[in-house]
Design a binder for this molecule. Structure first.
Ligand code: AMP
Length: 230
């Protein structure tokens, strides 16, 4: 079996975490776990979770830590994550990151990649973002000026929280609650930042290179430890 990759993709709203996470997971054939998607599915199906989360999501705020940690703990207890996973949208607070460290005890350590994008690029990106109502693929009106998804022909919609006022609140919440995670992780050898202000293909290859660099460092550290021990 290939080395399991337990990847966390960090970055502000609109950085391309979803797009990159889906692609990376597809290539490695591991699950991509988006807490935003889990919540949106719950809202769509009208479950208790969806009813609890909807107003918070529509306001651009964060759903409470306890609930999010329980969702992720449950999802990461499933067998399909044994070969690795990509987490998108979690953790979003230091409390969630601490809980995730607890959940990861005894498992291959996290690799954390921050997709860094300057604030002024994000508002426009989010205003132009569209999501296929059928297959969920995200795109931009720049790439898909029509109203149909180029993958499945489904209708392209704007997320209800991609309106300008909600976007500004999400960016404020990001700066307040989530950006501190970069400090939380940045002194780990498994942390890398990649430049998100380039084309999706370029971000994708920077992300893949960053993951390989972490794995190479890890392998070198293992060899060094074995030599010291020998
Ligand atoms: P996303 O698709 O990741 O942008 O998430 C959409 C919305 O879902 C966020 O604006 C939050 O309201 C909620 N959400 C998703 N993940 C989390 C999380 N880890 N903690 C709290 N709220 C979350």
């Amino acid at each position: 079996m290939r080395t399991p990759i337990n990847l966390v993709v960090l970055g502000p709203p609109g950085a391309g975490k979803g797009t990159q996470g889906v692609e990376f997971a597809r290539r490695r054939a591991i699950p991509q776990i988006s807490t935003g998607d889990i919540l949106r599915d719950a809202v769509k199906s009208g479950t208790e979770l969806g009813r609890r989360a909807k107003a918070t999501m529509d306001a651009g705020r964060l759903v409470d830590d306890e609930l999010m940690i329980a969702i992720v703990r449950d999802r990461l207890s499933r067998q399909d994550v044994a070969a690795g996973f990509v987490l998108d949208g979690f953790p979003r607070t230091v409390a969630q990151a601490r809980a995730l460290d607890g959940i990861m005890t005894g498992r291959p350590p996290l690799i954390v990649i921050d997709i860094a994008v300057p604030d002024d690029a994000l508002v426009g990106r989010l205003a132009r973002r569209r999501v296929c109502g059928q297959c969920g693929q995200a795109t931009s009106v720049d790439l898909a000026p029509g109203s149909r998804c180029d993958r499945c022909g489904g209708e392209l919609l704007q997320r209800s929280d991609d309106t300008e006022s909600v976007v500004r609140e999400r960016l404020r919440v990001y700066a307040d609650a989530t950006r501190p995670l970069v400090d939380y992780y940045s002194d780990r050898s498994s942390f890398r930042a990649v430049d998100g202000n380039q084309s999706p293909a370029e971000v994708g290859s920077a992300l893949a290179d960053a993951v390989e660099a972490v794995l190479a460092d890890r392998a070198a550290a293992r060899v060094a430890a074995e030599e010291t021990g020998a």
